[in-house]
Design a protein around this ligand. Structure first.
Ligand code: S3P
Length: 455
């Protein structure tokens, strides 16, 4: 059977249905691939580029829907950003505190990172008025986590439900520095506070209960801000006011996108796949730790440092042998922030593990682009998995064969792609509704899927 018959993408006026029919003879994933640029680093490169003095040149920016939302918001506030259509994107910085009041509502689309980080920047722009919103998913996601610390700094923000939901309106103020003890390990909260601190006189500190991704701290330093880190207490401080100078940023491949192929290679017999140029920042490699606990054969090759971020090529090989390719494990505690975006695809891995995998301390998943606990459990169970929801995670008993059926991404990019990997292993036809969501973080996902599938 030709590969194009295995995977078909049907476009209707509004939605795409991705149909996957694996051959009865089975398939394997082989070759060398690259994944698009890291989403978190892409947002930060655009934002810091806009706030810096001089030009920033970004190589390898993720050309997905989420960074496009960030670019259009900052363009509306005066930053000159070249078209997001090539490997090199140029940002003409306008300088800290110099954003122009936009003449319309700023729309962050589906992107929580855009909205939450931007709020910190806007709140610290005295005398200017902004209104921010997003799509249906983003308008239902909690914003108090950033609104509260900003209000403690003297920020003026209003919105629905006691200012906890977008649309939100901001009247920029001269803020005062605080030491914020965040109740959650969230890079979005930490980054929002640090970005506000760039424009505040004094020390702005955020302490989190466990270390979340540190891309903001690394990139702020590279742009010239004074950042103090205390790893013992998981604290980061910015000493303001700062001056940022435009830089060249090289964005590594997104480990959250590589995760789909790592799991696919670990569960599909005969696979041997290398994903080149993946960011392996230790605050992001929880997926490698979890898959190692499960016994997957993944090696890091050619480790190097690129523009302040560790990078490697990741090779995954299906482990031949008797029985299940993976072993069940428990994933909880401080590991969770390091793999928070990878739990949907880890749930797929767990359906192929021997035993019951337990994922806990991950209640944050309920307020991501969708309720990823409920959506993953219901969609994978429809395919034959054995998943029980927990308030803060899931219990997944592996070894139940999957059968193709109709499933739905619930407009969540990571759910769409996790279900596509599950479909490669299922018997019969799987149709994934609203699969276009993948373009949020991985516009070329289906093309790469077709590239790596071999029979
Ligand atoms: C992100 C942080 C994480 C992650 C999100 C991107 C970031 O969210 O889930 O996809 O770029 O800072 P939280 O910080 O809210 O956990």
């Amino acid at each position: 059977m030709a590969v194009t018959q295995v995977i078909t993408l049907n476009q209707s006026e509004y939605h795409h249905h991705l149909t996957i029919i694996p051959p009865v003879s089975g398939l394997s994933l082989r070759g060398r691939i690259q994944v698009p640029g890291d989403k978190s680093i892409s947002h930060r490169a655009l934002m810091l580029g806009a706030l810096a003095e001089g030009e920033t040149v970004i190589h390898g920016l993720l050309l997905g829907e989420d960074p496009r939302s960030t670019a259009s918001c900052f363009q509306a506030m005066g930053a000159e950003i070249s078209a997001l259509n090539s490997d090199e994107v140029r940002v003409g910085g306008i300088g800290l505190g110099k954003l122009v009041e936009p003449v319309d509502v700023l729309n962050a689309g589906n992107s929580g990172t855009t909205l939450r980080l931007m709020l910190g920047i806007l709140a610290a722009h005295p005398g200017r008025f902004f209104t921010v919103t997003g799509d249906g998913s983003l308008r239902s996601r909690p914003m108090s986590r950033v609104v509260k610390p900003l209000q403690q700094m003297g920020g003026e923000i209003w919105g629905r439900k006691d200012s906890s939901l977008a649309p939100l309106s901001v009247r920029g103020q001269t803020l005062r520095p605080i030491h914020y003890q965040s109740p959650i390990a969230s890079a979005q909260v930490k980054s929002c506070i640090l970005l506000a601190g760039l424009m505040v006189e004094g020390k702005m500190t955020v302490t989190e209960p466990a270390l979340s991704r540190d891309h903001s701290e690394r990139m702020l330093r590279a742009f010239g801000a004074e950042i103090v880190i205390d790893p013992e207490t998981c604290s980061a401080t910015v000493i303001g006011p700062a001056t940022l100078r435009g830089q060249t940023v090289v964005v590594p491949g997104d480990i959250s996108s590589a995760a789909f192929w790592l799991v696919a290679g670990a569960i599909i017999p005969g696979s041997d796949l290398t994903i080149e140029n993946v960011g392996v920042n230790p605050t992001r490699t929880g997926i490698l730790e979890a898959l190692a606990l499960m016994g997957a054969d993944i090696t890091q090759e050619n480790p190097r440092e690129v523009a302040g971020e560790p990078v490697a090529d990741l090779r995954v090989r299906y482990r031949q042998g008797q029985g299940a390719p993976l072993q069940a494990c428990t994933i909880n505690g401080d590991l969770i922030p390091k793999l928070i975006d990878e739990v949907p695809i880890l749930a797929v891995a767990a359906t192929f593990a021997n035993g019951t995998t337990i994922i806990r301390d991950a209640a944050e998943l309920r307020v991501k682009e969708s309720d990823r606990i409920t959506v993953m459990a219901t969609q994978l169970n429809q395919m034959g998995a054995n998943i029980t929801e927990l308030p803060d995670g899931m219990e997944i008993t592996g070894g139940t064969p999957l059968t193709g059926t109709e499933v739905d991404s619930h407009t969540d990019h990571r759910i769409a792609m996790s279900l596509a990997i599950a479909a490669l292993t299922a018997k019969g036809t799987t149709t994934i509704h609203r699969a276009e969501a993948a373009a949020i973080s991985y516009p070329s996902f289906v093309a790469t899927l077709k590239q790596v599938v071999q029979q």
